[in-house]
Design a protein around this ligand. Sequence first.
Ligand code: BGC
Length: 749
Amino acid sequence: MKNAKWIKAPYDFKQAGIIFQTEIPLKKPIKKATLFTSCVGVYNAYIDGEKIGNAVLAPGWTSYNDRVQYQKYDVTDMLKNGSTLSLECGQGWALSGLSVSYSRNFYFGEVCAIASLKVEYVDGKTEHFSTNNTWDTYTSEVLFSEIYDGETQDKTVERKCVGKAEEVKIKTKLVPQIGEWIIEHERLAPIKLFTTPKGERVIDFGQNMTGYVEFKLKAKRGEKIAITHAEVLDKDGNFYNENYRMAKNLMTYVCSGNDDIFKPKHTFQGFRYIRLDEFPDIEINLDNIRAVVVHSDMEKTGDFVCGNEKINQLYHNVIWGQKSNYLDVPTDCPQRDERLGWTGDTQVFCRTGAINYNVYKFFRKWLGELRIEQHKDGGVPAIIPVVEVFGRRNGLKVSTGWGDAVCICPWEVYLAYGNKAILKENFTAMKKWVEYIRKAGNEEYLWLTGVHFGDWLAMDAGENEYMGATSNDLIASAYYAYSTSILVKTGKILGKDVSEYERLYDNIVKRFREYFIPNGQLLSDYPLTEKPPKGTDVVDVKRTGFTQTALVLILHFNLCEEKDRAKFADMLVKMIEDNGMRMTTGFLGTPYILHALSENGRADIAYKLLLQEKAPSWLYSVNHGATTMWEHWDSLKEDGSFWSTDMNSFNHYAYGAVYDWIFGVSVGIKPREDMPGYKAVDIAPHPSKELGFVDASINTAYGKIRVKWYYKNDTVHYEISVPQAVTANLTLPSGYKTTLSGGNYMFSE
Ligand code: BGC
């Protein structure tokens, strides 16, 4: 950006929306014009009032204090002599209040913009028009804008110049766009306008989603639209948004008197319903109201359909969970006063995410933020980009299962796309994380200190508990082993000497067995850690290792001796059966429970859990009308009440991680570690009569891999397509094995 200076509004001007503008005098015919621009906040760029490009919420969400992306647009066709170039900026993630404490996270405290228009003339000369203190600052029609609280736009206010922009020096680094662009996708028509028992007018879009509502209308000058958003109705059919907590999600528009189009410029909402709190005195024309879906522009790579409509709906909910929460940063939910890059949620869903969509660029960017935010001692904050929560920034909780995202996400992305660069970029950060754990307590080979989120929202610690019953010591030590195993594999792929970490891994497993499963016995109680090092807390005072999640982690992370494996698998099955063939697992046990079963010869029980309809189960939410994944197993209870107002999102994708089992085991397609990116795959379908058939595929860099299986009476037929460059090792349920490559194959047995 040649000669471009960061600019801000004049010192005494405070408004949510700010426009920076200049005129572009062109003396000669032009060959090409390219705009480079960015903002700390969010912006829309215009030439002569026409929006440039289709990005929304640019420049996206980064660790603004350290880096901010800039975007590049070809504007050759838009530019004329004397054109006005303007940047309409708002607070966005950088300056809106974020987290439950509504903290502002950009140190400078004001919206700043930067731009450079490079004009290449026909005669070969080049000229740059760059931001500086000659640019004018104007008021915008955006009077209020916050990520959580919504936006106010008033089309009756006159745009006026409030003075020249001020040049400022800010320390953040400008980097070219790394992630995917955020753009608008589907436009959903309302399925119904109705009046609730309370007498409120509500529009249902039929799908929980992330984005915003667009209105086209002509009303009297000064008339208002005010809408609030909700994901669900309560049991009486009334509009319910208490689960948004403090986030107001209120959009207010003041009409100009002419034809108006309204939608937010600097924010978004998560919703299925809107309530019309105010509306002009005109007929409501549903044809002019659309819910616009907004997310990162990732290529859809996966497809799935089966013969069970409920599982198809579950798949639909997983996809919409991803669309709703892959908005530049992988978030927990898109609606309440969070919408944050929680690392635990991200790591559990990452494998599923990489089957459904091409998420390489998306993760490359977010992992960059993770590395920036990683503490000096290697601790990985629970939220990336870090936001302040009640005044805590650097001291933000470091939790097992959350921080491990630093190892798990690069590894999953590597398996999905086979690109070593992602491992290379993150190897040091992985190592720092493992070293952090190694030094976290007074036990080198176990992690027995710290404050963790544990098996979040599991059902086995009592009705109103957030944290499940499983010992945090056990979970933390199990994840310590898992992350170390990933570090070792990564190091070997990169040709590094990781013998020290191989030894560390062996010692962790050895100590894990001694401490948590002495003589092959699962303990229901542990001795308390003797004395925690100064300044650390011990949290594991009453938790147990005798839970489904404990067994799942022990089995899936290979932490027991081989001779005890069958015994533990049987124990897990028994616990599930004793619980009415249901899970008790939370965020950390659930993603692996079906794997732990099928890896130990119990795909039959895995299917029973998958198809279970009583809570806790995946199909419970499907039966209760879910169109996205719920945060809690019974977010909406049988009697129509809500499990809590506090932690009750209806668009939390974490439990959607089940799709990596459906695709990897039921359909049976898994990338191989020795030839990642689906260059070589294992295909091992596990057919089920309850599913009837599956037809699923993934578009890889080498072409489409597709597996179809279906029943005809008791015979299962398989149709498998493998691209030319891919080698597939097929194993059918009978044990029949063969190698397939470059063709369409049929089998039956
Ligand atoms: C979020 C979660 C997150 C958790 C930490 C919640 O408030 O919504 O999904 O991982 O806090 O336990």
